[in-house]
Design a binder for this molecule. Structure first.
Ligand SMILES: [Zn+2]
Length: 275
């Protein structure tokens, strides 16, 4: 009885791990490599072991997650690869492959949604918003292809819609997005909560005084957006984030298990320091 219960519990997990190991053994197709060369110039500058791990994680994502075109968009391998490799930055040292994500929807460009928002008089207004990305707790990420391309083309502007929306997915794996993705260790979780709350409060105070710094005002919307915006900065502006917000940088380094500062070569680091 105990044995069959264990087999029932472990069977699907063992099957999934075996399947993923098989996928990782496949070669990364040359046309996919060509896509990275043309569309994601930062990829070639990453350390070789990071490149390899990104490709392997991306292969698993591409085998497991359906990509669906919206508003007439035909999804190509180029789109799938560019999304999967950028999303894999968040998985480098984490277990799992966005396991609650069911599908990725791609629109050709920014997409319009209708939202209900209460106004100060207590009436609910219908609002139309143009979005570049969205992440749903029910396992859906929605992206604008124009913005996926822009994010990959400029790796240092601090804006990357794929990192942003997949950071929300990580956050949503442990319930509603609250800016606290799951990590092991009660002490690590407590430290995360303390540092994030203090920095979030500081950001709101500074914005209230009209002071704008590295972290864009949108991050002050709530704890979930704060975390997603910080994830973009962590991977795209590690030097600036580490210099201006050392404690935040250390928390993200511990969460993601990587140190993007160490990926920058010394000449890039010293020239960035000069500006
Ligand atoms: Zn967001």
């Amino acid at each position: 009885m105990a044995l069959s219960a264990a087999a029932w519990l472990w069977g699907p997990l063992a099957w999934r791990l075996w399947r993923r190991a098989n996928i990782r053994r496949q070669p990364f197709p040359p046309p996919w490599r060509e896509t990275l060369r043309r569309r994601m110039p930062a990829f070639a500058r990453l350390p070789a072991d990071v490149q390899l791990r990104l490709k392997k994680h991306a292969q698993v994502l591409l085998a497991e997650k359906p990509f669906i075109g919206c508003a007439g968009l035909q999804v190509t391998d180029e789109m799938r690869v560019l999304v999967a490799v950028q999303a894999s930055l968040l998985l480098l040292r984490r277990r799992g492959h966005f396991d609650s994500l069911r599908q990725v929807l791609i629109y050709p460009g920014a997409f319009v949604v209708n939202r209900q928002a209460p106004d100060p008089a207590g009436l609910v207004r219908e609002e139309r918003q143009a979005l570049v990305g969205e992440s749903w707790q029910q396992g859906q990420v929605i992206l604008s292809w124009d913005d996926v391309l822009a994010g990959a083309a400029d790796p240092h502007d601090g804006r990357n819609v794929v990192i942003h929306e997949f950071a929300h997915q990580l956050d949503q794996e442990s319930g509603a997005a609250n800016g606290a993705p799951w990590q092991s260790g009660a002490a690590a979780r407590a430290r995360w909560a303390r540092v994030m709350a203090a920095e979030f409060q500081t950001l709101q105070q500074q914005l209230g005084q009209g002071v704008e710094g590295l972290i864009e005002p949108y991050a002050a919307t709530n704890a979930a957006e704060f975390f997603a915006v910080l994830s973009e900065l962590f991977f795209e502006k590690p030097l600036e984030l580490a210099s201006a917000h050392g404690a935040l940088y250390a928390e993200l380094r511990s969460l993601y298990g990587v140190d993007p500062l160490s990926w920058m070569n010394t000449s890039a680091t010293s020239s960035a320091l000069k500006h």
